[in-house]
Ligand binder design. Structure first.
Ligand code: PGA
Length: 255
């Protein structure tokens, strides 16, 4: 019912040469099956080239961000309709790096989420608490507030074509992943929150885990009942690692 999605967020990494090699290597290890999905999120300048390299494969393409506006005098921004030109299926919304380094508020995140849907892109809404918030015992309130901002702006039906990614800020790029139990507890809370609005939708909603997921911890994370895939940063830049995570997703789907 919820085929795992293994999503590679390349962030601002790579070059034309390294990305060509990476795509060639991951293409070798992907299998065409509805049991699990793979998607990659290159930096904007490489979207066109990667779209071309992925044509005819089952690997989906996504973007790391999009503008709140539909077009016009917004220097440096990229619109949802531009992403449509490159067959993007997904767009990451509200990544913690966007929130903390570029000042994206819950309100901006909600606008971007709505914009993605109006452009027929599947938003991957990122939520997560800082270490300070976890230690203060307010993890579920923080995540509840981040999701509520989007629910209030877009309505529950908007989540029918969306993905949520739980990414504890303290686990991103640190090598310190949430334990499967910690992640499962938050994923279950997210599903419960969405389920209060629409239980059927919540049961079908994919909730990914992100934060130092790698080949060696993917299996234990992906076999948790409410973890439906991974949003993978560093490990998605290494084909072997990314494919190990993908295979763990496939194995989890078979359980
Ligand atoms: P990481 O990043 O896997 O390098 O921790 C995850 C993310 O930021 O999506």
């Amino acid at each position: 019912m919820r085929p795992p999605l293994i999503a590679g967020n390349w962030k601002m990494n790579g070059s034309l040469a390294t990305i060509r090699t990476l795509v060639a290597e991951i293409k070798q290890g992907v299998v065409s099956t509805p049991a699990a999905e793979m998607a990659v999120f290159p930096p904007f300048p490489y979207l066109s080239g990667v779209a071309h390299l992925l044509s005819g494969t089952c690997i989906k393409l996504g973007a790391q961000n999009l503008a709140t506006e539909s077009g016009g005098a917004y220097t440096g921004e990229v619109s949802g309709t531009m992403l449509n030109d490159y067959n993007c299926a997904f767009v990451i919304i509200g990544h913690s790096e966007r929130r903390s380094l570029y000042g994206e508020t819950d309100a901006v995140v909600a606008q971007k989420f709505a914009r993605a849907l109006s452009c027929k892109l599947t938003p991957i809404l990122c939520v997560g608490e800082t270490l300070q918030e976890r230690e203060a015992g307010v993890t579920e309130q923080v995540i509840g507030r981040q999701i509520d901002a989007v629910l209030t702006h877009c309505g529950i039906a908007a989540f029918a074509n969306a993905v949520i990614a739980y990414e504890p800020v303290w686990a991103i790029g640190t090598g310190r992943n949430a334990t499967p139990e910690q992640a499962q507890a938050v994923h279950a809370a997210v599903r419960t929150q969405v389920g209060e609005h629409d239980p059927g939708l919540a049961a079908a909603l994919r909730i990914l885990y992100g934060g130092s997921m790698k080949g060696s911890n993917a299996r234990e994370l992906l076999t948790m009942p409410d973890i439906d895939g991974g949003l993978v940063g560093g490990a998605s830049l290494v084909a072997d690692e990314f494919l190990t995570i993908y295979r763990a997703g496939l194995a989890a789907a078979e359980i």
